[in-house]
Write a protein that binds this ligand. Sequence first.
Ligand SMILES: NC(=O)C1=CN([C@@H]2O[C@H](COP(=O)(O)OP(=O)(O)OC[C@H]3O[C@@H](n4cnc5c(N)ncnc54)[C@H](O)[C@@H]3O)[C@@H](O)[C@H]2O)C=CC1
Ligand SMILES: Cc1cc2nc3c(=O)[nH]c(=O)nc-3n(C[C@H](O)[C@H](O)[C@H](O)COP(=O)(O)O)c2cc1C
Length: 182
Amino acid sequence: MAPTGTDAETGMKAVEAGAYRAAMAGVASAVHLVTTDGPGGRAGFTASAVCSVSDAPPTLLVCVNRSSSAFAAVAQNAALCVSTLSAGQGEIAASFGGGTPQEARFASGRWYELATGAPALEGALTAFDCRIVRRTEVGSHDVLFCEVVALSEAGTGDALVYADRRYHSIPVGMVPAAQDAA
Ligand SMILES: NC(=O)C1=CN([C@@H]2O[C@H](COP(=O)(O)OP(=O)(O)OC[C@H]3O[C@@H](n4cnc5c(N)ncnc54)[C@H](O)[C@@H]3O)[C@@H](O)[C@H]2O)C=CC1
Ligand SMILES: Cc1cc2nc3c(=O)[nH]c(=O)nc-3n(C[C@H](O)[C@H](O)[C@H](O)COP(=O)(O)O)c2cc1C
Protein backbone atom coordinates (compact mmCIF):
# COMPACT_ATOMS: atom_id res chain seq x y z
CA MET A 1 0.00 0.00 0.00
CA ALA A 2 1.23 3.52 -0.85
CA PRO A 3 2.25 5.69 2.12
CA THR A 4 -0.39 8.24 3.25
CA GLY A 5 -0.52 11.29 0.97
CA THR A 6 1.09 9.39 -1.90
CA ASP A 7 -0.64 8.49 -5.17
CA ALA A 8 -0.89 4.66 -5.38
CA GLU A 9 -0.32 4.59 -9.17
CA THR A 10 2.43 7.17 -9.65
CA GLY A 11 4.03 7.15 -6.20
CA MET A 12 4.04 10.94 -6.31
CA LYS A 13 3.44 12.84 -3.08
CA ALA A 14 0.09 14.71 -3.05
CA VAL A 15 0.24 18.49 -2.79
CA GLU A 16 -1.41 19.51 0.47
CA ALA A 17 -4.31 22.02 0.13
CA GLY A 18 -2.70 24.55 2.48
CA ALA A 19 0.54 24.51 0.50
CA TYR A 20 -1.45 24.99 -2.72
CA ARG A 21 -3.34 27.97 -1.23
CA ALA A 22 -0.09 29.48 0.06
CA ALA A 23 1.38 29.23 -3.44
CA MET A 24 -1.80 30.72 -4.94
CA ALA A 25 -1.61 33.61 -2.47
CA GLY A 26 1.45 34.73 -4.44
CA VAL A 27 -0.51 34.84 -7.70
CA ALA A 28 -1.85 38.36 -8.29
CA SER A 29 -5.28 38.54 -9.87
CA ALA A 30 -7.96 40.98 -10.92
CA VAL A 31 -10.96 41.17 -8.60
CA HIS A 32 -14.54 40.83 -9.82
CA LEU A 33 -18.05 40.78 -8.37
CA VAL A 34 -20.10 37.95 -9.84
CA THR A 35 -23.81 38.75 -9.43
CA THR A 36 -27.10 37.23 -10.53
CA ASP A 37 -30.83 37.90 -10.38
CA GLY A 38 -33.93 36.05 -11.57
CA PRO A 39 -36.26 33.28 -10.34
CA GLY A 40 -33.46 31.96 -8.08
CA GLY A 41 -33.13 35.35 -6.37
CA ARG A 42 -30.44 38.06 -6.22
CA ALA A 43 -27.01 37.00 -5.03
CA GLY A 44 -23.33 37.60 -5.59
CA PHE A 45 -19.79 36.85 -4.53
CA THR A 46 -16.26 38.19 -4.98
CA ALA A 47 -14.25 36.20 -7.50
CA SER A 48 -10.67 36.00 -8.69
CA ALA A 49 -11.21 32.77 -10.64
CA VAL A 50 -12.44 34.47 -13.84
CA CYS A 51 -10.76 34.04 -17.20
CA SER A 52 -11.36 34.82 -20.88
CA VAL A 53 -11.88 31.62 -22.91
CA SER A 54 -12.82 32.67 -26.46
CA ASP A 55 -13.82 35.74 -28.48
CA ALA A 56 -15.95 33.74 -30.94
CA PRO A 57 -18.37 33.60 -29.29
CA PRO A 58 -17.16 35.89 -26.48
CA THR A 59 -16.91 33.52 -23.51
CA LEU A 60 -15.64 33.77 -19.94
CA LEU A 61 -15.17 31.08 -17.37
CA VAL A 62 -16.04 31.63 -13.72
CA CYS A 63 -15.27 29.13 -10.94
CA VAL A 64 -17.79 29.08 -8.10
CA ASN A 65 -17.58 27.07 -4.90
CA ARG A 66 -20.71 24.91 -4.57
CA SER A 67 -20.78 25.73 -0.82
CA SER A 68 -21.10 29.48 -1.55
CA SER A 69 -24.35 31.11 -0.43
CA ALA A 70 -24.65 32.49 -3.99
CA PHE A 71 -24.35 29.13 -5.73
CA ALA A 72 -28.03 28.06 -5.84
CA ALA A 73 -29.16 31.41 -7.27
CA VAL A 74 -26.40 31.47 -9.89
CA ALA A 75 -27.23 27.91 -10.97
CA GLN A 76 -30.98 28.47 -11.11
CA ASN A 77 -30.83 31.82 -12.92
CA ALA A 78 -28.26 30.50 -15.45
CA ALA A 79 -27.16 34.11 -15.93
CA LEU A 80 -24.60 36.32 -14.24
CA CYS A 81 -22.77 39.60 -14.55
CA VAL A 82 -19.03 39.96 -13.94
CA SER A 83 -18.13 43.49 -12.75
CA THR A 84 -14.36 43.99 -12.78
CA LEU A 85 -13.46 46.22 -9.86
CA SER A 86 -11.54 49.47 -9.88
CA ALA A 87 -9.01 50.54 -7.28
CA GLY A 88 -11.48 52.25 -4.95
CA GLN A 89 -13.79 49.24 -4.67
CA GLY A 90 -11.93 47.13 -2.09
CA GLU A 91 -14.63 47.65 0.53
CA ILE A 92 -17.41 46.16 -1.62
CA ALA A 93 -15.04 43.33 -2.61
CA ALA A 94 -14.63 42.51 1.10
CA SER A 95 -18.40 42.63 1.64
CA PHE A 96 -19.05 40.16 -1.23
CA GLY A 97 -16.07 38.04 -0.14
CA GLY A 98 -18.00 35.91 2.34
CA GLY A 99 -19.85 36.04 5.64
CA THR A 100 -22.22 38.95 4.85
CA PRO A 101 -25.90 38.03 4.24
CA GLN A 102 -26.74 38.24 0.54
CA GLU A 103 -29.20 41.18 0.63
CA ALA A 104 -26.82 43.23 2.85
CA ARG A 105 -24.11 42.88 0.17
CA PHE A 106 -26.26 44.89 -2.24
CA ALA A 107 -26.94 47.71 0.28
CA SER A 108 -23.72 49.44 -0.75
CA GLY A 109 -22.90 50.24 -4.36
CA ARG A 110 -25.19 51.49 -7.12
CA TRP A 111 -26.50 48.88 -9.54
CA TYR A 112 -27.90 48.82 -13.05
CA GLU A 113 -28.92 46.15 -15.55
CA LEU A 114 -27.60 45.27 -18.98
CA ALA A 115 -29.39 42.39 -20.80
CA THR A 116 -29.95 39.45 -18.45
CA GLY A 117 -31.26 41.30 -15.39
CA ALA A 118 -28.15 40.48 -13.34
CA PRO A 119 -26.94 43.55 -11.39
CA ALA A 120 -23.88 45.39 -12.76
CA LEU A 121 -21.90 47.62 -10.39
CA GLU A 122 -21.54 51.31 -11.22
CA GLY A 123 -17.94 52.49 -11.21
CA ALA A 124 -16.51 49.09 -12.15
CA LEU A 125 -13.83 49.07 -14.84
CA THR A 126 -16.06 46.94 -17.03
CA ALA A 127 -19.07 44.66 -16.77
CA PHE A 128 -19.66 41.45 -18.72
CA ASP A 129 -23.29 40.32 -18.74
CA CYS A 130 -23.52 36.60 -19.46
CA ARG A 131 -25.68 33.56 -19.94
CA ILE A 132 -24.24 30.35 -18.52
CA VAL A 133 -23.98 27.93 -21.44
CA ARG A 134 -22.12 25.03 -19.81
CA ARG A 135 -21.22 23.83 -16.29
CA THR A 136 -18.61 21.32 -15.19
CA GLU A 137 -17.92 20.10 -11.65
CA VAL A 138 -14.23 20.13 -10.69
CA GLY A 139 -13.43 19.37 -7.05
CA SER A 140 -15.23 21.80 -4.72
CA HIS A 141 -16.13 24.18 -7.54
CA ASP A 142 -18.30 24.37 -10.63
CA VAL A 143 -16.60 25.83 -13.69
CA LEU A 144 -19.19 27.99 -15.45
CA PHE A 145 -18.73 28.76 -19.14
CA CYS A 146 -20.47 32.07 -19.71
CA GLU A 147 -21.37 33.58 -23.09
CA VAL A 148 -21.11 37.37 -22.96
CA VAL A 149 -24.36 38.89 -24.23
CA ALA A 150 -23.76 42.54 -23.27
CA LEU A 151 -20.92 44.79 -22.13
CA SER A 152 -20.86 48.02 -20.16
CA GLU A 153 -19.19 51.16 -21.42
CA ALA A 154 -15.50 50.90 -20.54
CA GLY A 155 -14.80 52.64 -17.23
CA THR A 156 -11.66 54.49 -16.32
CA GLY A 157 -9.31 54.42 -13.36
CA ASP A 158 -6.83 52.18 -11.67
CA ALA A 159 -7.44 48.45 -11.23
CA LEU A 160 -8.02 46.52 -8.00
CA VAL A 161 -5.66 43.58 -7.59
CA TYR A 162 -5.64 40.77 -4.98
CA ALA A 163 -2.28 39.33 -3.98
CA ASP A 164 -0.67 38.16 -0.74
CA ARG A 165 -4.22 38.00 0.75
CA ARG A 166 -4.60 41.80 0.42
CA TYR A 167 -6.03 44.32 -2.02
CA HIS A 168 -3.70 46.56 -4.01
CA SER A 169 -4.25 49.05 -6.79
CA ILE A 170 -2.29 49.29 -10.00
CA PRO A 171 -2.34 52.10 -12.54
CA VAL A 172 -3.83 51.15 -15.90
CA GLY A 173 -4.00 53.13 -19.13
CA MET A 174 -0.53 54.57 -18.46
CA VAL A 175 1.42 52.30 -20.83
CA PRO A 176 1.33 53.41 -24.48
CA ALA A 177 -0.05 50.78 -26.90
CA ALA A 178 2.66 49.04 -29.01
CA GLN A 179 1.82 51.00 -32.19
CA ASP A 180 1.91 54.33 -30.29
CA ALA A 181 5.27 53.50 -28.72
CA ALA A 182 6.94 52.72 -32.08
N1 LIG B 1 -11.14 30.46 -6.08
C1 LIG B 1 -11.69 30.54 -4.87
O1 LIG B 1 -12.63 29.85 -4.55
C2 LIG B 1 -11.16 31.53 -3.90
C3 LIG B 1 -11.64 31.51 -2.62
N2 LIG B 1 -11.18 32.39 -1.70
C4 LIG B 1 -11.76 32.30 -0.35
O2 LIG B 1 -11.67 33.57 0.30
C5 LIG B 1 -11.22 33.40 1.65
C6 LIG B 1 -9.96 34.20 1.93
O3 LIG B 1 -8.92 33.78 1.07
P1 LIG B 1 -7.43 34.27 1.26
O4 LIG B 1 -7.40 35.31 2.32
O5 LIG B 1 -6.87 34.64 -0.07
O6 LIG B 1 -6.62 33.08 1.90
P2 LIG B 1 -6.45 31.57 1.48
O7 LIG B 1 -5.20 31.15 2.10
O8 LIG B 1 -7.69 30.83 1.81
O9 LIG B 1 -6.28 31.58 -0.11
C7 LIG B 1 -5.06 31.89 -0.79
C8 LIG B 1 -5.31 31.70 -2.27
O10 LIG B 1 -5.63 30.34 -2.54
C9 LIG B 1 -6.66 30.23 -3.53
N3 LIG B 1 -7.83 29.61 -2.91
C10 LIG B 1 -8.27 29.78 -1.63
N4 LIG B 1 -9.31 29.00 -1.39
C11 LIG B 1 -9.56 28.34 -2.54
C12 LIG B 1 -10.52 27.40 -2.93
N5 LIG B 1 -11.46 26.97 -2.07
N6 LIG B 1 -10.49 26.94 -4.19
C13 LIG B 1 -9.56 27.35 -5.07
N7 LIG B 1 -8.61 28.23 -4.75
C14 LIG B 1 -8.62 28.73 -3.51
C15 LIG B 1 -6.92 31.65 -3.98
O11 LIG B 1 -6.12 31.94 -5.10
C16 LIG B 1 -6.50 32.49 -2.78
O12 LIG B 1 -6.14 33.81 -3.11
C17 LIG B 1 -11.04 31.91 1.87
O13 LIG B 1 -12.24 31.47 2.45
C18 LIG B 1 -10.95 31.34 0.48
O14 LIG B 1 -11.48 30.05 0.43
C19 LIG B 1 -10.25 33.32 -2.01
C20 LIG B 1 -9.75 33.41 -3.28
C21 LIG B 1 -10.17 32.54 -4.34
C1 LIG C 1 -10.34 38.11 -3.34
C2 LIG C 1 -11.32 36.96 -3.28
C3 LIG C 1 -11.50 36.16 -4.39
C4 LIG C 1 -12.40 35.10 -4.36
N1 LIG C 1 -12.58 34.35 -5.48
C5 LIG C 1 -13.51 33.37 -5.48
C6 LIG C 1 -13.76 32.63 -6.66
O1 LIG C 1 -13.18 32.88 -7.72
N2 LIG C 1 -14.71 31.67 -6.60
C7 LIG C 1 -15.40 31.38 -5.46
O2 LIG C 1 -16.26 30.49 -5.47
N3 LIG C 1 -15.18 32.07 -4.32
C8 LIG C 1 -14.26 33.07 -4.32
N4 LIG C 1 -14.03 33.79 -3.18
C9 LIG C 1 -14.83 33.49 -2.00
C10 LIG C 1 -16.24 34.05 -2.15
O3 LIG C 1 -16.27 35.42 -2.47
C11 LIG C 1 -16.99 33.83 -0.86
O4 LIG C 1 -16.65 32.60 -0.36
C12 LIG C 1 -18.44 33.86 -1.19
O5 LIG C 1 -18.90 35.16 -1.01
C13 LIG C 1 -19.16 32.80 -0.41
O6 LIG C 1 -19.20 33.13 0.90
P1 LIG C 1 -20.59 32.92 1.59
O7 LIG C 1 -20.87 31.45 1.56
O8 LIG C 1 -20.46 33.54 2.93
O9 LIG C 1 -21.57 33.63 0.71
C14 LIG C 1 -13.14 34.84 -3.18
C15 LIG C 1 -12.95 35.65 -2.04
C16 LIG C 1 -12.06 36.70 -2.09
C17 LIG C 1 -11.90 37.58 -0.88
